[in-house]
Design a protein around this ligand. Sequence first.
Ligand SMILES: [Zn+2]
Length: 153
Amino acid sequence: MRRNVPGIIYLIHFDEPLRRGRGGNDEDCVSHYLGWTEGTLTDGLNSHDLIVRMVEHLEGRGARILNALNERGIGWRPVAAWDANNPPAWLKRPKGCRLRYWPDGEPFRATRFDERRLKKARNAPRFCPCCVELRDKREACVEARAEGKAEAA
Ligand SMILES: [Zn+2]
């Protein structure tokens, strides 16, 4: 497999987490899929090369995990995509980012090798704009509650 070909790395967010394994506890839940495809981003999430890949996933010609979602009728959608010309913002802005697998100064080329590295980081929700928005809201809520308690005391 050609690991050094620049392409597109994309993140898919599941409408519902998929449980796998027998335990069925939260640790076994998967809520995102990170993938790679050949091509370039010409129009963000509407880029032709990305859409072609999404159709493959819809038709069951892509990742097995997405087939499992399709079989269970769980929706999913691409929420972010990056290529060498559109690197993820968090690569340039490491503050508050727990990504530990990216060596300093190494360029982002969106190769399969880069995809592997991101998969190893296992923090896809952190890259997900939907989940980040939810998390920010939740944190703001917790903070507001903590402040309210402090005032009441
Ligand atoms: Zn998400």
